[in-house]
Design a protein around this ligand. Structure first.
Ligand code: ATP
Ligand code: MG
Length: 436
């Protein structure tokens, strides 16, 4: 029987890559903390209706990409994004009754049945933030600045920030009419999905992935020409705040975002270094969503950052996040008595927080040293009958080749790590070198 393979569009994150993920995630958490965002963890699946009502019935995500499962007569959907579940959780747990604005962040996986390609997976990971309670453009600038800060701290170069305003229901009435008039002329060339969008939600046509619809939409009217006074002022204020923060941006009236809940500000951070799927972060304001989900009318906004795309950008730009794996000390025993001693020593060292390893394969000394080398051991210690008889052994610094003697005396066994560290100090290596 053939071996079972992972599903299309999913990835295994192997030990050789998981360090980068850990460094990235740590950095995301620390930066979110600095901005006053606190972590929220929500379920992997939600009632299907939650996504239909928030992401929107006419979006690609809801129409084509959701993983919906029926179990014991109930229907659920694997989350295609993080905002809907987060807002649901904030409402259900009364977070909006606490001090506003509420700032939360999450790191989670999302599921979308899309065509897998570079930067587009069926299970992918997002870092996202949501901020609820403020209608002011300063909040938009704050959220954008958090995303920008993360990108800068990671050392990613050449990312462009695009901003746009897609207005509110007031400005959209006239805009929808203008779009319907514009697309009416090429009605028979639109794809089937867009044809139905023409009536219900013509703005969605601008986000269609079909090249024919894309071509037709090229000269479509832009929403910026239809903004009401309130939305227009908001957009001007956002630009002022971004300038204040010295954040470079370009206004791109074509950005409409793939989810229906956005109002006013939308933005994307785009790189040209990872091919066609270059949007590493997308977000915006969604002032109507909380009310739409049954909560009190509350202005809010947020973004989602694709972690695979971030890591891919870093890799393509030659930025490394983590050091190669290594162990602090490899103890290579020769013979049974030494093996027993080495076993006990590693246990003591590990309690002290030192990453110590010894043989569990019954290997020869030569083979053990080869393994220690593969493990990138910083120090090695060979333990044979002589060493046990004399109660001392050499610790070898694998990089410099320097050796220093440590005592193995039974009476000192408990203190071994302290002695080891001392001896490393005396060779000038020091505690830090060993613990790094
Ligand atoms: P795109 O235009 O790339 O399809 P989107 O508008 O569907 O993106 P959002 O729903 O706003 O994306 O998700 C936020 C971020 O999550 C995206 O900017 C991207 O970095 C990432 N992302 C979205 N879909 C995928 C996917 N299928 N695979 C990997 N990352 C994704
Ligand atoms: Mg998409």
């Amino acid at each position: 029987m053939a071996n079972i393979k992972r599903p299309n569009g999913t990835e295994d994150i192997l030990p050789s890559a998981s360090r980068d993920w850990q460094v990235l995630e740590r950095m995301l958490r620390e930066t979110a903390d600095v901005y006053g965002f606190r972590e929220i963890r929500v379920p992997t699946f939600e009632q299907t209706d939650l996504f239909c009502r928030s992401v929107g019935e006419t979006t690609d995500v809801v129409q084509k990409e959701m993983y919906t499962v029926t179990a014991k007569e109930s229907t659920f959907t694997l989350r295609p994004e993080g905002t809907a579940g987060t807002i649901r959780a904030m409402l259900q747990n009364g977070l909006l009754n606490e001090a506003l604005p509420q700032r939360v962040y999450y790191i989670l996986s999302c599921f979308r049945h899309e065509r897998p390609q570079a930067g587009r997976l069926r299970e992918f990971h997002q870092f996202g933030v949501e901020m609820a309670g403020s209608p002011h453009a300063s909040a938009d600038a704050e959220v954008i600045s958090l995303a920008k800060n993360i990108i800068d701290m990671l050392g990613i170069k050449g990312i462009q920030l695009y901003i746009n305003s897609i207005g509110c229901p007031t400005c959209r009435k006239a805009y929808h009419k203008a779009l319907q008039d514009y697309f009416a002329a090429s009605k028979d060339q639109l794809c089937e999905t867009c044809l139905s969008r023409l009536e219900k939600n013509p703005m969605r046509i601008l986000d269609c992935k079909s090249p024919i619809c894309g071509e037709i939409a090229k000269d479509a009217p832009v929403i910026l020409d239809y903004l009401c006074d309130d939305c227009s002022t908001h957009f001007e204020q956002l630009k002022k705040h971004l300038a204040q923060l010295s954040i470079d941006y370009q206004v791109n009236p074509k950005i409409v975002r793939g989810l229906d809940y956005y109002t006013k500000t939308v933005f994307e951070f785009v790189t040209t270094d990872i091919g066609a799927q270059g949007t590493v972060c997308g977000g915006g304001r969604y002032d109507g969503l909380i009310g739409q989900l049954g909560g009190p009318e509350t202005p809010a906004l947020g973004f989602g950052m694709g972690l695979e795309r971030l890591l891919l950008t870093l890799r393509n730009q030659g930025v490394t996040l983590s050091e190669p794996d290594s162990c602090d000390l490899y103890i290579a025993p020769m013979g049974e008595a030494a093996a027993e001693k080495a076993f006990a020593m590693t246990a003591v060292l590990r309690r002290e927080g030192i990453a110590a390893q010894t043989d569990v394969m019954g290997r020869s000394l030569r083979a053990q040293m080869k393994y220690a080398d593969k493990m990138n051991a910083k120090f090695t210690l060979v333990l044979g009958d002589n060493e046990i008889a004399e109660g001392t052994a050499d610790v070898k610094n694998m990089q410099s080749g320097d050796k220093s003697k440590v005592r193995l005396d039974d009476a000192f066994a408990e203190d071994f790590s302290a002695i080891l560290l001392d001896s490393l100090f005396s060779t000038g290596e020091g505690l830090e070198a060993l613990m790094k």
